[in-house]
Design a binder for this molecule. Structure first.
Ligand code: ADP
Ligand code: MG
Length: 480
């Protein structure tokens, strides 16, 4: 379904820079670790001293291959490094080594759920390039320094088709992409440190019209900022157009303090960069057996794992996707299922009660106080009728704060056992039937709802410990 905002359709494409998790830089042996003293991790190559030459880092190429395989791309047998020429103080060579006409990763798609709707965003390409340094504005001395530690850090720039149609879809795409790169371990995904940087290209148009002029939002260093920035930008563009002004193609910065986007510079065209193949680097040739070796050594991908959860555990596609949101969640799920079977119940408890408590604590599953084995015990006790769902929630609460307790000890201590003794239950049922002749008569006269009142009385009489299925069965039997 097309979602319109004030009669306009939103169009979004993403460019994401994922910093590759190599020890050393893309064309030099200097280390890539974050947070070192300025200029302690830049070698002669990164400083662009005369006479130095770049040497390709094989680990960076391997990570690009892994990414391409993870999203179903073509891995180019031969790709070419190009010089992207521009002047900036943090770029000592006067050009950035990137890939232009022939990137290493071509095509592919990122698939994810938006609510319960399956989406697929096509990738144009992913190419290898080097990062620039940083300008550090030192307000206290009124000067700007240049830190070249980041210069030459390997990046994979991942470019989508303009396939997204709302800010929510854009954020869902970015989260899925983040999941893929961290899952396969090619990027640490740290957005605050700039390891995963998204630029959102946003335009609006009347349905059926040509694509509108886009503005590219930079500086989206959290998913929250991303949603806010895109929403602001959409409103701004619609207002401009409604006021009769044309959108100028531009690069804009999001300011998280004001929640606004502001034009930084008008956008350069590719021609402005005077791209040409870098004569210092031969074409990147990737033999097919290398690709196959990487493929055979790759970990099970989220999509494949989700499919396995559907076939092996009988989960819905939606549940399987939720349970493969991260490797940690998936491992937790499988560990619990291994103990108690019951994939459906285990999945529901992880996605429901456990997620809710983790969200409240702003923690992820690695910080969950309850072990998979404990969850398995809890689910086992629901399954064998020892406790009700409601009682299980109370056990979970108690375990959350006292994780050294056991499920069975807590059930005992709190007196949460369901009443499974039919003799005792029958006494309560008989007493309730005797005390409520009106409800009994109503039920016999065909008012099915009168049964609920009786069930309620019995549950109350058993202090909530009666097994509801048993209560129902007994009642029906006694009422004929
Ligand atoms: P450049 O390389 O000059 O930034 P591209 O054509 O490669 O431009 O597009 C960059 C990104 O912008 C891609 O993700 C693409 O999907 C997206 N994009 C292109 N045109 C539009 C548009 N009209 N509206 C929104 N996004 C767009
Ligand atoms: Mg671009």
């Amino acid at each position: 379904m097309m979602q319109l905002i004030e009669g306009y359709e939103v169009v979004i494409g993403f460019e994401t820079h994922a910093q590759l998790s190599t020890q050393s830089k893309i064309f030099s042996r200097a280390p890539t670790a974050f947070g070192a003293e300025p200029n302690t991790q830049a070698c002669a190559v990164d400083l662009a001293l005369p006479g130095t030459l770049p040497v390709m880092n094989k680990g960076a190429v391997e990570r690009a291959i892994e990414f391409g395989l993870a999203v179903g791309s073509h891995i180019a047998e031969r790709s070419v490094f190009a010089r992207k020429n521009y002047f900036y103080p943090d770029l000592p060579k006067g050009y950035q080594i990137s890939q232009f006409e022939i990137p290493v990763v071509q095509g592919g798609a990122v698939e994810f759920y938006l609510g319960d709707e399956k989406k697929s965003v096509r990738l144009v390409r992913a190419h290898l390039e080097e990062d620039a340094g940083k300008s550090l504005h030192e307000d206290f001395i009124g000067q700007t320094g240049i830190d070249l530690n980041r210069a030459g850090t390997p990046l994979l720039e991942i470019v989508t088709e303009p396939d997204m149609r709302s800010s929510a879809e854009a954020v869902a795409y970015a989260k899925e992409l983040h999941k893929v790169v961290t899952w396969i371990g090619i990027c640490d995904g740290n957005m605050q440190e700039g390891s995963f940087r998204c630029d959102a290209n946003v335009s609006v148009r009347k349905p059926g019209a040509e694509l509108g002029t886009r503005r590219e939002i930079k500086n989206l260093n959290s998913f929250k900022n991303m949603q806010q920035a895109i929403d602001y930008e959409i409103r701004w563009q619609i207002e401009e157009i409604e006021d009769g002004r044309a959108i100028q193609q531009a690069t804009v910065l999001f300011n998280p303090d004001t929640g606004e986007t502001r034009a930084m510079r008008t956008k350069e065209d590719a021609a402005d960069y005077r791209y040409f193949p870098d004569p210092d680097l031969p074409p990147l040739v990737i033999a097919r057996d290398w690709v196959e070796r990487v493929r055979s050594e790759m970990t099970e991908l989220p999509r494949v794992m989700a499919q396995r959860f559907v076939t092996d555990y009988g989960l819905s596609d939606y549940d399987a996707t939720a349970l493969t949101q991260s490797r940690e969640v998936a491992a937790y799920f499988e560990a619990a299922v291994q103990v108690c079977g019951q994939p459906k119940l285990v999945g529901n408890w992880i996605m429901g009660e456990i997620s809710r408590r983790l969200n409240l604590a702003e923690a992820d599953i690695s910080a969950c106080p309850i072990t998979p084995a404990q969850l398995a015990q809890l689910v086992g006790r629901i399954q064998d009728g020892t406790i009700s769902n409601n009682a299980a929630r109370q056990v979970l609460d108690a375990l959350w704060s006292e994780p050294q307790d056991t499920v069975d000890a807590l059930i005992e201590a709190k007196g949460l056992k369901q009443m499974n003794d039919t003799g005792a239950l029958e006494k309560i049922v008989d007493a309730v039937l005797a005390a409520n002749p009106k409800n009994v008569a109503q039920y016999r006269a065909g008012n099915a709802k009168a049964l609920n009142a009786l069930v309620g009385q019995i549950m109350k009489g058993s202090q909530g410990k009666a097994n509801p299925q048993q209560v129902n069965a007994l009642l029906l039997q006694k009422l004929g």
